[in-house]
Design a protein around this ligand. Structure first.
Ligand code: ADP
Ligand code: ASP
Ligand code: MG
Length: 462
């Protein structure tokens, strides 16, 4: 049988009622045998703060208490055995002890610190998966908890671990796939383990990616991402109430949306799905009857304008050097320094003596560490002048044949005639056109573009 993977996000598992709705969704579909869960809403943020090693004793105790209270409210609705209660208690005690032992030395974040921090982060998913398994067991005797660290093999890059795909595939085949024949398996998103068995994390929002990776490894028929919105919208529905859910979107378009900030999917989610051509469904666990968005290789419609994404907290770095004039190799030197510091560059524009680059400062690093550091800037300053601008936001227009459709630029610039567009990139992909604006203007910019392109039966809207 080809199985379906279901992933539930934090708000879907926020409390007992929300977990019950998710259990109903799982049991309504006999093919749904693998369930991947996030931590209950708010828990990972608390664990991130505990993992900084910078809380006062009072703040630390208060954060652990808040994690405990979220679990307690769920436990009260379940009839758990003493052994099960003891297990939860032991997880909470570990959070408390680990957070006590983590101390950040101001000068250096070493590997031990990062490893401990990932350890702490992993407890959100450990707790929610254990409790969600119990909610399922209330309804069926064919459900079990599974430790994803037995199969999700990663590098030791704590905070944003890389996946060892071949090992994952063979471990899943050996240890997880056979179990799916008989029962529903509940496991954790977001976390993995390196080859020494140390816990790692895949970066914030990484549970979507875990679900897709496991879906790929079991050659799933479909990956269902259950969240708090009824699909992928034309833009984040929190930006404008005029945004509406899309019935369908292609892998390429959705991957661009996720990369350019649409939080509804972790940016890497679609990579495994695309490799195996597995459709991904996005829907609301609160309102499963409302349908959702299907993401697949080929879509029936290919509108020029499909959606608009927003990525906040962008950093623009402009490097200038007279040496660059007619000198081969300058860009290579800049890029080598950035690569050495493990910086991912997003957009690049060049002029005669300057290069402007954007870095995604939201980072998707589990502990929210910024990519820019003094060491890197000093190194760049040895070969050029460096200017850093922050408080910018990247707006990405996503669609089809944007690079070869007439009138896109005219529409954009006439709608934004009074906005200072700080940088613009088009042409590398036929699926996007993106530009930087002042962060404080970004909501207005998107609302206006949305109105112009998606509201009045505009030609491009899906
Ligand atoms: P989960 O906890 O289920 O993983 P997330 O909070 O990570 O949920 O993602 C869902 C949120 O993504 C929505 O509440 C919405 O505000 C945001 N979002 C951003 N862009 C979009 C979009 N284009 N369509 C739908 N939701 C979006
Ligand atoms: N719990 C993790 C986070 O909040 C992973 C996820 O929700 O996808 O980032
Ligand atoms: Mg998410």
């Amino acid at each position: 049988m080809n199985y379906i993977v279901a992933k539930f996000g934090g708000t879907s598992l926020a409390n007992y009622e929300a977990m019950s709705r998710c259990a109903d969704i799982v049991l309504a579909s006999p093919k749904t045998r693998l369930v991947v869960v996030s931590a209950s809403s708010g828990v990972t943020n608390l664990l991130v703060s505990l993992g900084t090693g910078q809380l006062s004793e009072q703040e630390r105790v208060s954060a652990v208490d808040k994690v405990r209270a979220i679990q307690q409210a769920i436990i009260e609705q379940l009839s758990l055995s003493q052994t099960q209660l003891d297990h939860i208690e032991s997880l909470l005690i570990q959070i408390s002890q680990l957070s006590k032992s983590i101390i950040k030395t101001p000068s250096k974040i070493d590997e031990t610190f990062k490893s401990l921090s990932d350890d702490i982060l992993s407890f959100g998913e450990q707790l929610s998966s254990f409790l969600f398994t119990q909610v399922l067991i209330e309804r069926t005797d064919k459900a079990s908890w599974f430790d994803v660290r037995d199969v999700m093999r990663t590098s030791s890059d704590f905070g944003k671990a890389q996946l060892e795909l071949d090992e994952i595939k063979s471990l899943v085949n050996e240890k997880l796939l056979p179990k799916l024949a008989d029962e529903i398996i509940v496991t954790q998103g977001f976390i993995g383990a390196d080859n020494q068995g140390r816990t790692t994390t895949l970066g914030r929002g990484g549970s979507d990616y875990s679900a897709a990776l496991l879906g790929e490894a079991i050659a799933a028929e479909q990956i269902n991402i259950w969240t708090d919105v009824t699909g992928i919208f034309t833009t984040d529905p929190r930006i404008t109430s005029q945004a509406y859910a899309l019935e369908e979107i292609s892998f390429n378009e959705a991957a661009e949306m996720a990369t350019f900030g649409a939080k509804v999917l972790h940016p890497s989610t679609l990579i495994p799905a695309m490799r195996q051509n597995i459709p991904v469904f996005v829907g609301s666990s609160r309102d499963p009857g409302a349908g959702g968005t299907i993401v697949r290789n080929e879509t029936q419609s290919k509108p020029v304008y499909r959606a608009i994404a927003l990525r906040r907290e962008q950093t623009l770095v402009t490097v200038t050097s007279m040496d660059m004039l007619h000198a081969p190799g300058f860009l290579a030197r800049v890029f080598t320094i950035l690569a050495k510091h493990n910086i991912s560059i997003d957009l690049v524009t060049t002029s005669e003596v300057s290069v402007a680059l954007t870095l995604d400062d939201t980072g998707f690093n589990s502990s929210g560490r910024s990519q820019l550091n003094d060491e890197l800037i000093d190194e760049l300053k040895q070969i050029c002048q460096v200017k850093i601008e922050q408080n910018l936001a990247l707006v990405a227009l996503i669609g089809n044949a944007i690079d070869s459709s007439y009138g896109v630029g005219t529409r954009l610039f006439s709608t934004l005639h009074d906005v200072n567009v700080r940088m613009i990139c088009q042409g590398a992909s036929s699926h996007n056109l993106c530009f930087l604006v002042e962060e404080e203007q970004s909501i207005d910019v998107i609302s206006r573009l949305h109105q112009s392109m998606f509201e009045h039966n505009s030609q491009g809207a899906a």
